[in-house]
Design a protein around this ligand. Structure first.
Ligand code: ADP
Length: 637
């Protein structure tokens, strides 16, 4: 099956390929860009969510640990005020004698031991240490002037003195809580307790907690990481720095600023800080560590507690999620591309199938049209065949009629000769019968019987003549077989009287083949041919007729030649035309040759004329040889 190529007309290549090529070239970088974008977005969203969750849990942690710090500090706040109740202390401060000093020293020593504080000491209003728990130690505060200390200055004014500093004598850091001791509404001295908050730091380290506490100056006083200790969380002005240096609060520490690599404020008290890596665990692995820093003010103090939550794990997770988002997008993109390609392939297939169906239906339509045409022309042909058959039948019928007419005409023609032929024996019979009667009357029986035998012979001859005429007049058919010898004999018999009257010389030289033609028809043809020859030789003093036969292939040729006047050139043209005759008056009908040729043709034979150089005319009758010898059924009476 051939498809109409017009149905598969391809798109213009220059127009179709270009955008497609551009699309294909642009698609991969676009997908990669989108993948990276989605990955980054995934990372940022995941990190943001993680920070939010972390800050929520961090909030609780912050609260918990800040409270711990608060309780650790507040646990000592009441202690200095307790010394107000102690009489020996007020006696020492009012009188300042050594006996009282010793008593207070011992009291303070015991109190310090029980409260697990670092030191407890009492100052007079000038800021000089009057008694101290560490009176036994070499670096005892006793007699030391601490008036420059801020906690003293606050306490002596009646305000609570809170102070984190490094001891000027011991160089040891500690938290100083000072309380102005009153007597009768007047400040007589200041009680100070120094506590160490190292336990907090140790506790944080044990819990792997990263946290620090910064004081009112923004200096980190407590830190889980020692490296951050005594650094300022905010920039200090040179004036502040100088003031702090002079107060010796932090001894001679340089108070450098704790400078993060990056700082991002997320909310009030919530920051994202990135520090350079410095702890042992981080070394060699990361160059920087990011923290979520949550800060809260500690109650009753101007201090702030800051909790640092590392963002490393969160970042790793966010990174994984970002990569996952990118990969998921890439997968989705690949799936979409594959789906699109599949859709295109299906669409192409569908279009091809539709085109094929269309071509098929067109073909079927054409076939149907052609079939209809063929059927119509077939019907026409059938009609024509019917008409031809009908015409053929009519023709054959007409031919039969013509043959019959020809025969009857021949009979008519021959009627004179027939009458003559029959009259002669009749006259002879009449004479013979008269004579026989007379011979019988005379008793000449011998002569009478001879006469009767002659009469018998004459009657036989007459019977033969009428029989041959009857057979000639009978209608024949196309099938059947004929004996040539019998036909020649019958023809000569029909024409017997004419032959006898002209003293014809007959030269017969033929076999007796069985020919595929009706016997009567063959006789009819021969009567015509021999009759014509006799006519042509009417004026010939020595008429001669040659009947020569020979087999040629599947046919048998019989040549009927006479030595008559021959046929002139003009006549030759019209020889086989019906009703063409050169014979005068009633002699010729012009049907003989026509009918003979028709009969020969009907038997698939031919009839031709030759004009021998020696003169006269020769008719050649060629007829097919019969396939089988005649059976009794074929014999006709
Ligand atoms: P018809 O015998 O009635 O004239 P035919 O068809 O038999 O009709 O013959 C047609 C003509 O052919 C004859 O009139 C005659 O001129 C010519 N013809 C036929 N046979 C011969 C022959 N053997 N010799 C010369 N002329 C012939």
């Amino acid at each position: 099956m051939k498809c109409d190529p017009a149905l598969f007309r391809p798109a213009q290549p220059a127009l179709a390929v270009k955008p497609r090529l551009i699309r294909q070239l642009l698609l991969p970088p676009l997908i990669i860009l989108l993948m990276i974008g989605l990955g980054v977005a995934g990372f940022l969203i995941s990190e943001g969510n993680g920070i939010r969750t972390l800050s929520e849990t961090g909030e609780r942690q912050l609260e918990l640990h800040a409270r711990t710090v608060e309780s650790e500090i507040s646990k000592y706040t009441y202690l200095p005020s307790l010394l107000e109740l102690e009489d020996s202390v007020s006696s020492l401060l009012t009188r300042s004698d050594d006996a009282h000093r010793q008593a207070v020293n011992e009291y303070l020593e015991g109190l310090n031991r029980r409260s697990r504080s670092r030191a407890i000491f009492v100052l007079d209003t000038s800021g000089r240490v009057q008694a101290t728990s560490n009176w036994r130690d070499a670096d005892s505060f006793l007699g030391e002037d601490l008036s420059f200390r801020a906690y003293f200055q606050d306490a002596v004014r009646g305000e609570p003195g809170r102070f984190y500093g490094i001891g000027s004598t011991t160089g040891e850091a500690g938290y100083f809580l000072a309380h102005g001791l009153e007597e009768h509404g007047k400040i007589i001295g200041v009680a100070v307790i120094k506590v160490r908050l190292d336990t907090l730091e140790e506790r944080w380290q044990r819990a792997r907690l990263e946290a620090f506490v910064s004081d009112e100056n923004g200096i980190i006083i407590l830190s889980s990481d020692p490296a951050r200790r005594l650094k300022s969380v905010r920039p200090l002005t040179p004036q502040t720095k100088e003031r702090l240096a002079r107060s010796l609060q932090y001894y001679w520490w340089p108070l450098n600023e704790l400078q993060p690599l990056a700082r991002e404020t997320l909310a009030d008290g919530v920051e994202k800080l990135t520090f350079p890596a410095n702890s042992e665990t981080d070394k060699g692995r990361h160059h920087e560590v990011a923290y979520l820093a949550q800060t809260r003010r500690l109650a009753d103090t101007p201090w702030h507690f800051t909790l640092l939550t590392p963002l490393q794990d969160l970042r790793r997770e966010a990174m994984v999620q970002g990569v996952l988002a990118g990969v998921a997008f890439a997968l989705l993109a690949i799936l979409l591309i594959a789906w699109n390609e599949r859709r295109k392939v299906l669409a192409t297939r569908l279009a091809a199938r539709e085109a094929l169906q269309e071509a098929n239906s067109q073909l079927e339509r054409k076939i149907a049209e052609r079939t209809a045409d063929l059927r119509a022309s077939n019907d026409r042909l059938k009609g024509q065949i019917r008409e031809r058959r009908h015409a053929e039948q009519t023709l054959r019928h007409a031919q039969d009629e013509l043959v019959q007419a020809g025969k009857l005409a021949a009979i008519g023609q021959m009627s004179t000769s027939i009458a003559h032929e029959l009259n002669q024996p009749l006259a002879a019979l009449r004479t013979l019968s008269g004579n026989t009667v007379r011979f019988l009357e005379r008793g000449a029986l011998e002569t009478a019987s001879t006469n009767l035998r002659t009469m018998n012979a004459l009657i036989d001859r007459m019977g033969r003549i009428t029989a041959s005429l009857r057979s000639f007049a009978r209608r024949g058919d196309d099938r059947g077989q004929a004996s040539l010898a019998k036909a020649v004999e019958a023809s000569l018999q029909v024409l017997g009287s004419r032959i006898a009257s002209c003293h014809l010389q007959l030269h017969s030289q033929f076999d007796d083949p069985q020919l595929a033609i009706d016997q009567t028809r063959l006789e009819q043809i021969l009567v015509n041919l021999i009759g014509n020859a006799l006519d042509a030789m009417a004026t010939q003093p020595q008429p001669a007729l040659w009947l020569e036969g020979e087999a040629q292939g599947d046919k048998y040729r019989l040549r009927v030649r006479d030595n008559g006047h021959g046929i002139d050139v003009e006549t030759r043209k019209h020889l086989f035309e019906p009703f063409f005759t050169t014979k005068p008056g009633e002699h010729g009908l012009g049907l003989g040759l026509t009918l003979s040729a028709s009969l020969a043709a009907a038997a698939k034979g031919t009839l031709n004329v030759e004009h021998p150089a020696a003169g006269g005319t020769a008719f050649v009758l060629a007829l097919p040889l019969a396939a089988r010898p005649p059976s009794d059924a074929d014999e006709r009476p």
